[in-house]
Design a protein around this ligand. Sequence first.
Ligand SMILES: Cc1cc2nc3c(=O)[nH]c(=O)nc-3n(C[C@H](O)[C@H](O)[C@H](O)COP(=O)(O)O)c2cc1C
Length: 268
Amino acid sequence: MNAHPENMTPEELADAEAKVDLPEIGSRERYDPLMKVMTNRVTVRAFDPDFEVPREHYEMILEAARHAPSGANAQPWHFIVVTEPELKQTIASYFVDEQRARAKMKMKFPTPDYRGLATAPGFIVVATDFRWVNAFPVLRDDESDLNRMYRENAERILLQSVAAATMSAHLAAGALGYNVWWITAIGQEAAQVAMKPLLGIPDELSVLDIMAFGPPAKAPYKRWRKAPEDIINWNRFDPAHHMTDEELDDWIQNRRHRVMFKDASKID
Ligand SMILES: Cc1cc2nc3c(=O)[nH]c(=O)nc-3n(C[C@H](O)[C@H](O)[C@H](O)COP(=O)(O)O)c2cc1C
């Protein structure tokens, strides 16, 4: 049987989706290839512009997203595959302008070079609908402080849900051999206003990010990762992991740009 959903009969598809098929506990049969995909998923910010992503690859990537978990199984995501060159170019130019605006604001964020976005053969805009927060534990039409707390968490549930689907899509793209670029610099209201009419996205929806992917323009590199002992805590939070405000500020000032843009082997 060809496992690609498009080649399955409706019965085969329903059958495949209804089954949960896990390996024996502790087996590395799937863990190892999965880790290979995970550790080789690295960001690149410039691509081979002449490559054309087959429609089937978009479908395979979004098939992974479709199976992601979500709060209340609301599946609060929409994916807009952008293939028209003029549309891509307009969106890419928006980011280059945003990059310039940030430089003028002296935000001091080491903003990446968004010119590479125009070179991305793969381009998927990820959107959500914040009205889905009502599907999570909240009281409707209640402005109390108590409900504000629930609403804040509901928003987090929504964002985590879409992030889970987005991550699944990125891993599927990596498994197909692509490098990926997760771009959230699009969340600001001004970007929403500019982006939504271009893509025919209704007012109620919000664009959350763009997933750009393709073969890289030059060899990708692996970025630095925190060591396991720096992030894992057993039973109690290890106070050694807690950063003071000063330490955090120092990290942002002196380390952030290096871990964002340098090969892990060049980070001390
Ligand atoms: C939630 C999220 C938001 C991100 N937003 C941006 C972005 O707006 N622009 C960008 O160039 N990279 C963005 N990135 C990519 C990160 O900078 C990148 O994943 C990180 O530096 C680690 O590098 P790696 O992906 O190669 O492991 C984002 C990644 C995530 C997960």
